[in-house]
Design a protein around this ligand. Structure first.
Ligand code: PLP
Length: 421
């Protein structure tokens, strides 16, 4: 063994691929990584808008509201305090870790200590940290589809194997225990569980959560519970946390969450992962080598957010609920589109297979990806094709935009498709 591989574990990996290294510019792992399709659609919509086009953006997964002013005020104050101009602990400000632990007990009924919380650069970063902390190459991660586009990429980046289980409208896009059991192998390490779901808006019931949690506990499978949309449920659907409900999981769970969706703070980039102390310590170690602390001013803003009340999200929820119904009705009125009423998050995920093969303004889409292209080209409406979520034949439309824009976008779609033959 060379001295390099003794001092640095990653050298062993590097040495195994030295033979081909000189002929490659970009690493094999990053060459295989797909860009975020949702960010790409959003970037295209923003570029068209900047060029003066009237674009309706159903692509972005972000609230259209400004961040509540009390949170912004906390950030302004934090900017003026020199203590926030310095490095702080890699795991996050102790006050924020503790505020997140308190908030988790308040909202989910899950009791954790501050040392079980790692503050990350958004929920996306928490997912990457979590996978890096518990997965080895070859470990399998069960990911029900339609899935948020980041999950499989993030798992594959650490050499793990995403095992995709397809779901469809017949179960409201929810995975069943029978499906999970059929996918389980001796290499299964983690189940990715998200409710409310992006992209489908589906929400699991208490019975479904309990059954899935019991299955994971029985087979000693870790659950990574993504709870970023916890406060966005409609029609009286309760907020339910799998790790809080299923004590039998023991400490084999990680919760991912953040301020982005609840407090309209997508651009502030503060999220967190909650898990057992050894896993949090490992992820903190990783973070200390890669990013150090999350920017202090957004962390201070996040303290104000999670320790404050939930009035602002209640107001957003009322607006989203109205838009959800408007979008659902508008989509179902279009010949060739069928859409279930989503119960959470802020997305509709209609089935558009009835539009494939039809001619629209002289163009024919044979896939939902081609359909999304035609829609943005012809009527300047940006939406994300189901292919990005492992579910071709669908489109994802966010209803986190103004009521007038929503009506305008659905109107444009209706007129484009009305001409289809
Ligand atoms: C399901 C899900 N999880 C996590 C995130 C991460 O959010 P952020 O990194 O903005 O905190 C998103 C963002 O779109 C999401 O949709």
């Amino acid at each position: 063994m060379s001295s390099g591989s003794v001092t640095c574990g990653i050298m062993a990996l590097v040495e195994t691929s030295l033979d081909n290294a000189s002929s490659r510019r970009v690493s094999a792992r990053l060459s295989a990584l797909q860009p975020s399709a949702t960010l790409a659609v959003d970037a295209r919509a923003k570029a068209l808008k900047a060029a003066g086009e009237s674009v309706i953006g159903f692509g972005a997964g972000e609230p259209d509201f400004p961040t509540p002013s009390a949170i912004v005020d906390a950030a302004v104050e934090a900017c003026r305090d020199p203590k926030n101009h310095r490095y702080t602990p890699a795991a996050g400000l102790p006050e924020l870790r503790s505020a997140v632990a308190d908030k988790t007990l308040r909202d989910s009924g899950l009791s954790v200590s501050a040392s079980q919380v790692l503050i990350t650069n958004g929920g996306k970063h928490a997912i990457a940290n979590a996978f890096a902390a518990i997965l080895d190459p070859g470990d399998e991660v069960i990911i029900p589809a339609p899935y948020w586009t980041t999950y499989p990429e993030s798992a594959a980046l650490v050499g793990a194997v995403p095992v995709i289980i397809d779901t469809d409208e017949t179960t409201d896009f929810k995975v069943t225990v029978d499906q999970l059991e059929a996918a389980r192998t001796s290499a299964t390490k983690v189940l990715l569980f998200v409710s409310p779901s992006n992209p489908t808006g589906s929400v699991y019931s208490a019975e479904e959560i309990d059954a899935i949690g019991a299955w994971a506990a029985e087979h000693r499978i870790w659950v990574l519970a993504d709870e970023i949309y916890e406060h966005l449920t409609y029609d009286g659907v309760p907020l339910l946390s799998l790790p809080a409900r299923v004590a039998a999981l023991g400490d084999r769970f990680i919760v991912v969450n953040g301020v982005a969706k609840t407090y309209a703070m997508t651009g502030w980039r503060v999220g967190w992962m909650i898990g057992p102390e050894d896993v949090i310590a490992a992820a903190t170690n990783l973070q200390s080598q890669i990013t150090s602390n999350v920017s202090n001013v957004p962390q201070r803003a996040a303290i104000a957010a999670v320790s404050g009340d939930l009035d602002a999200v209640a107001e957003m929820r009322t607006a989203f609920d109205r838009r959800r119904r408007a979008m659902h009705a508008g989509l179902n009125a279009i010949d060739g589109i069928t859409c279930a009423l989503p119960l959470g998050a802020f997305y509709c995920f209609p089935n558009v297979s009835g539009l494939l093969g039809r001619s629209m303004r002289g163009r024919v889409a044979s896939t939902s990806a081609e359909l999304a292209e035609i829609i943005i080209d012809e009527v300047k409406v940006a939406l994300v094709p189901g292919e990005a979520f492992g579910a071709p034949g669908h489109l994802r439309l966010s209803y986190a935009l103004g009521d007038d824009d929503l009506a305008e976008g659905i109107g444009r779609l209706t007129s484009l498709i009305a001409d289809a033959s």
